[in-house]
Write a protein that binds this ligand. Structure first.
Ligand code: ADP
Ligand code: MG
Length: 334
């Protein structure tokens, strides 16, 4: 059974970036205003995330890493909704099957923090011969998740990662996306043992500041803010997109659907086509697009191993968004 769990986990968590995405979403879900990440070897050796969210009750620690353990599903509607982040309690369980996992957490009503170690979905002793029970420890309000030696038990996978710096770049990409999206939350990431941060943004930073910090001043000064929606198709779209003065070699699309960072090649393609007539040949835009869609219309079969998302009336919605962008682009003098 552990082998089956390990294989399933390895499909959900393919690279450090996938673990970080889940952990970031958990921190944000917990109402954190500060989220700090430390990585070693691009997250393969160490991926540690510390937040100041509401913490996890000590009583919940024994079952924390069992599959489908979640505090976020209240009813069937929730199950159909990706409005709530997370794939129904599979993230921590998956990580525990393919890495060494340590959780230190403290809630507001607890006088101390609690620390627990996990392997294969269950509590495990920190050292052989010791008890596996969570132990009281000193610690601040919030949660720290430490993931060490990702894929230690899948040697082929581990060997397939040639370059930690490539993984670091992907991990950085995940955190900058959420840093742009989540106003009111401070994010930082740094490499273990190195002074200074790789990236950081203050809680008070505005949307534009966040984009500037994460994607550079050249993007930030050529942005158009947009908002468009339609009751008939049950959606609202908003965000920032570069105007025709800005043009780079590759499209950057930050796409959020119901506050979850997702991939959609259909949306990306449509946006690239929209910009084609406005940019020099080979030029591409930066687009940060937040879609709010009735949760019932977002593909409920979206599986954790599938990175692509689909939604009802995708063509109509994408067309309306792109029409709106096209009008804005035409309006701005270049
Ligand atoms: P899901 O997010 O789908 O519920 P996870 O496996 O990601 O599943 O997390 C399981 C549960 O652990 C969450 O429902 C939440 O109750 C708790 N949890 C995980 N990370 C945190 C965190 N950083 N702060 C508070 N609670 C957390
Ligand atoms: Mg989660």
């Amino acid at each position: 059974l552990d082998v089956v769990n390990k294989i399933a986990a390895g499909e959900i968590i393919v690279a450090p970036m996938h673990a970080l995405k889940e952990l970031l979403e958990n921190s944000v879900d917990a109402g954190s205003t500060i989220v700090e990440v430390v990585v070693k070897e691009g997250g393969l050796k160490l991926l540690q995330i510390t937040d100041n969210g509401h913490g996890i009750e000590a009583n919940d620690l024994p079952i924390l890493c069992e599959r489908f353990t979640t505090s976020k599903l209240q009813n069937f509607e929730d199950l159909m909704s990706i409005g709530t982040y997370g794939f129904r309690g599979e993230a921590l369980a998956s990580i525990s099957h393919i890495a060494h996992l340590k959780v230190t957490t403290r809630t507001a009503n607890s006088s101390c923090a609690w620390q627990a170690f996990y392997a294969d979905g269950k509590l495990t002793p920190s050292k052989p011969g010791q008890s596996a029970d969570p132990k009281p420890t000193a610690g601040r309000l919030g949660t720290q998740i430490t993931v060490e030696d990702l894929f230690y038990n899948i040697p082929n996978r581990r060997r397939a990662f040639r370059s930690p710096s490539e993984e670091y770049a992907k991990v950085l990409d995940v955190i900058t996306r959420y840093a742009v999206h989540r106003e009111g939350v401070a994010f930082s990431i740094k490499k273990y043992g190195e002074s200074g941060t790789g990236f950081s943004v203050a809680a008070a930073a505005t949307k534009i500041d966040r984009i500037k910090q994460a994607y550079g001043g050249a993007v930030a000064k050529e942005l158009m803010e947009f908002e468009v929606g339609d009751d008939k198709w049950g959606f609202k779209a908003s965000g920032y997109a570069t105007n025709a003065n800005y043009s780079v070699k590759r499209t950057t699309l930050l796409l959020f659907i119901n506050n979850r960072s997702v991939e959609s090649s259909a949306v990306k393609k449509a946006i690239e086509q929209t910009y084609q007539m406005f940019l020099p040949k080979g030029g591409h835009p930066f687009v940060y697009l937040c879609l709010e869609i009735d949760p019932g219309r977002v593909d409920v079969n979206v599986h954790p191993t599938k990175r692509e998302v689909h939604f009802l009336n995708e063509d109509e919605i994408v067309e309306l968004v792109c029409d709106h962008l096209r009008e804005s682009l035409a309006k701005v003098d270049t």
